[in-house]
Design a protein around this ligand. Sequence first.
Ligand code: NOJ
Length: 587
Amino acid sequence: MTSNNTHKDWWKQAVVYQIYPRSFKDSDGDGLGDIAGITSRMGYLRDLGVDAIWLSPFYPSELADGGYDVIDYRDVDPRLGTMDDFDAMVAAAHSQGLKVVVDIVPNHTSDRHPWFQEALGAAPGSAQRERYIFREGRGCDGEIPPNDWLSMFGGSAWQRVDDGQWYLHLFARQQPDLNWKNPDVHEDFIRTLRFWSDHGTDGFRVDVAHGLAKDLSSRSLEELGRWPSQAQPTADGDHPLWDRPEVHDIYREWRRVFDEYDPPRFAIAEAWVAPEHQHLYASEKELGQVFNFEFAKANWCPQELRTAIVKGLDCAREAGSTTTWVMSNHDVPRHASRYALPQVRTRGYHQIANDWLLRNGESYIEDRDRGTRRARAAIMLEAGLPGSVYVYQGEELGLFEVADLPWDRLEDPQSRNSRGPFCVKGRDGCRVPLPWRADDEPRPAAWNPKFGEGASFGFSPQERAGSPACEPHLPQPLWFRHFAVDREDNDPTSMLQLYRKALSLRQTLLTATRDTGLTLLTTESFDDRSTIAYSRMTTRKDRRFVSITNFGSEPVPLPHGTVVLASADPLGDSIPQDTTVWMLTDV
Ligand code: NOJ
């Protein structure tokens, strides 16, 4: 396939494959995915048709939050490999025409980071403590936290240390927040950006990009009438924690570093901000692109998805950039499962409802055939759009959420802080190691026959230094065998084959034009209550690309033209429910 990667704006319409390194591929049999494992699967990624890989954190970490608690920003976790392995992985990616994006975590470090250890050993008011956010408590003995801010993972956002001061952690207590008013913090992150750029990295995903600037002089959140851990603030810009205007000074500084390189490095913000503010992060003077999570939050419902498309394109226009489309990632329940549930409309994110249904244990009712059918239609709806497409590892196999992981095997801090009637199992259900080989099937486990013990569907090699390999760090359910890469590779009707065809057509027909225009079609046959239809120009001057998704129970007549791909077969002269069709029509 012709690569989309040869010009400096490659990222504007890229397909980026997100790798959660500890669960992608284990090369040494310790049960943890690693960098050499990624290198060994570069051919798979090339054949899938992606333009880039994004690696979630692979840095030394205590794993209090899946690696988003970083001990050393400029090294590889020894359990995952070495810097030499990293360099070899980048070289392998580049030789296949793939770009490499790494995750930068600037809001907080690990509590094991040398800076935080120094801060704990230093006195209140010292320069070492100034790199973090330490405060005195309230009450006679300072025993009440400095304010009412809550951690995103539950409980107070403040943790007391031995000498009585408190430090701020918006996430786990092992993730102390950095003080971005301190020049040391700025300098160190600039060093980190240069370090990875010098090691061949092409871009950065910026974690919690909207959270770095905080206003600690602010009144309590209760007084301000805010939900304390409100992650997606409104657009007024005066929330004391999120999306403060000062945060943009940091990204303007980073842009100067990105522009030292040829081609300039790009970055994408993880910023859960009001859609009206997204474009600020994506401006060419700052990061370049911002995640648009509206697909991940939407139900399988044409109105919600159309709104997501319109808002995403509007935001991109305002930023002078392109938008991104995301259905799944390492933080949200897998979309094949979300679409397999009743599509309940909620006030906020339908995802919260689905989190509850999917992650509270075993009480959900999943219609997997429907989930698969919709996930097939969804990737085509998404991949035909202008902008970048983010694919989360395993979605190309059609994996479902592993909702019934045993409590005692969970790793995610969200589950640890959650008990009682609204308990959630957290995010591990979408982080289970990938199945690569169906015949490398584990035996049913004694502790729970739905899961496997021993082999790992090819995730780990069979042996580790002459002994059997360790169990995968999260257990794989036995139904994973149906989704193994080798099985899907040999099945022309599999999700994997659909992804390959869709990404290849996207590249040759659409992305190669570098045009980002799109016309939403509403006609009598494409009624907007039950369909989403759009058209785009193609590399063939006489032909237009048309994508039609039918959500409704009534079949939609096929317009004149040539069908180039359909998410469901067989197709007569109409498009059945939960199906997307791509066509070429006369201009
Ligand atoms: C966003 C990451 O995607 C998530 O996994 C992590 O827990 C938080 N940021 C904190 O770093």
